[in-house]
Design a protein around this ligand. Structure first.
Ligand code: H2B
Length: 98
């Protein structure tokens, strides 16, 4: 269980390993841009497999080639290690598809 909100220090350390990610409104936030809609939607479809296995789901939206993502742990109303882990996995996939 990683259901404890990260401290400010832990969060800053995590952000250093997640270039492009910020904290906005108490959530880990990033916007990806892909070459076109097919790549953006392909990213979401690819990620859906491990997202479901993690049972940890992003708040995300897609407009054409952009995917906007917010990660938080609703149960504790904060950012936990689960969110950092999901961000890392999204990064790994986005890097291959962008
Ligand atoms: N995803 C995220 N991002 N945060 C949660 O707190 C969360 C989730 N909770 N996915 C899970 C599902 C919970 O609602 C179910 C019942 O396990």
């Amino acid at each position: 269980m990683n259901r404890i909100p990260l401290s400010e220090n832990e969060l800053q350390t995590a952000l250093q390993l997640l270039p492009g990610w910020t904290v906005q409104g108490g959530k880990l936030h990033r916007e990806y841009r892909f070459p076109d809609f097919a790549h953006a939607f392909g990213f979401m479809a690819t990620c859906s497999v491990f997202i479901e296995k993690m049972n940890h789901h992003p708040d995300w939206s897609n407009v054409y080639n952009r995917v906007s993502i917010d990660l938080s742990t609703h149960d504790v109303n904060g950012i936990t290690q689960n969110d950092v882990e999901l961000a890392r996995r999204l990064e790994a996939i986005a890097g291959k598809l962008a």
